[in-house]
Design a protein. Structure first.
Length: 292
């Protein structure tokens, strides 16, 4: 049995750790509320863009816009993988990295050249360690991403896709379903899949709308398509940020609960050790008195 002095040190250490994890849980809870508000705020705008594109789309329009171009043979894909900049979030980053690795292997098995654009320090560190070449490694996106961040990430890829240098652009991100459910997901944002856009609009209650078009439908669709792609990138950033806070809150709550259980066991062990020590001291005093 450990000595009482050693047990006191361990108890103090676990108490300090529990205080840290409880504080981190409270901070993550506060950030999660703001992050979920941002997620909710992005959805009406994305739905409106999808509804307009779905209503105005015709096969004739699709032939005139590069962002709608679909290649029969996929030869080169830009894969934008999102992770967080910090850890202590359970398996959050590991799940995203695992999905990115799986998607890269799947595409390369089909003979597709994959260009990796890694966002987030955790993913950057992993792929550098494994020796995977990255086209871009960006670690300056905060946990409160902005539309400017999304534009900086996707605009160059949009230009390269429109010029025919890329055949597709895909995202690996954490889909925010709830604070307890943040599964990793893969989304192809270029070319714009109008059938998926129309299906998403219908699922949200969208219906065909009679528009008075000023200017022409060509100009409206041409202006809205880049906005839609940027919004998809922004939504991925926002949902990943919210999912990170949800995963961190869950991980820190579990750590706090485990520290509490460990403290209970250590205190019981300490009390038994202290009681045994006191009993031994009394027995020594009684034995000494009898010897005298």
């Amino acid at each position: 049995m450990a000595k009482p002095r050693e047990l006191r040190r361990r108890i103090k250490s676990v108490e300090n750790t529990r205080q840290i994890t409880r504080t981190m849980e409270m901070v993550a809870t506060s950030k999660l509320k703001r992050a979920t508000d941002r997620v909710a705020a992005t959805r009406p705008y994305a739905h409106a863009l999808a509804q307009v594109i779905g209503d105005l789309y015709t096969p004739e329009l699709a032939e005139r816009f590069p962002l709608l171009r679909r290649s029969e043979t996929i030869r080169r894909v830009a894969l934008v993988a999102l992770t967080s900049n910090r850890g202590l979030a359970g398996g959050f980053n590991a799940n995203l990295i695992r999905m990115a690795r799986g998607r890269i292997a799947e595409l390369e098995h089909k003979g597709v050249q994959v260009e990796l654009h890694q966002i987030g320090r955790k993913g950057i560190g992993y792929f550098r360690y494994t020796g995977r070449k990255m086209a871009r490694a960006i670690d300056n996106i905060s946990d409160r991403p902005t539309m400017a961040d999304a534009e900086g990430l996707i605009d160059s890829l949009m230009g390269r896709f429109a010029s025919g240098e890329l055949d597709a652009v895909e995202l690996i991100f954490a889909q925010f379903v709830s604070a307890m459910s943040t599964p990793p997901a893969t989304l192809r944002i270029l070319p714009v899949d109008v059938t998926r856009v129309q299906a998403g609009s219908a699922d949200k209650g969208g219906s065909a709308t009679n528009y008075i078009l000023r200017p022409s439908a060509d100009e409206i669709v041409g202006a809205i398509l880049p906005l839609y792609v940027r919004n998809q990138m922004y939504r991925a950033l926002v949902e990943t940020a919210a999912a990170e806070q949800g995963a961190r809150r869950t991980a820190m709550k579990n750590a706090t609960d485990n520290a509490g259980e460990m403290l209970d066991k250590l205190r019981r062990t300490y009390n038994r050790a202290r009681q045994a020590q006191i009993t031994q001291e009394i027995a020594e005093v009684v034995g000494g008195a009898e010897a005298l």
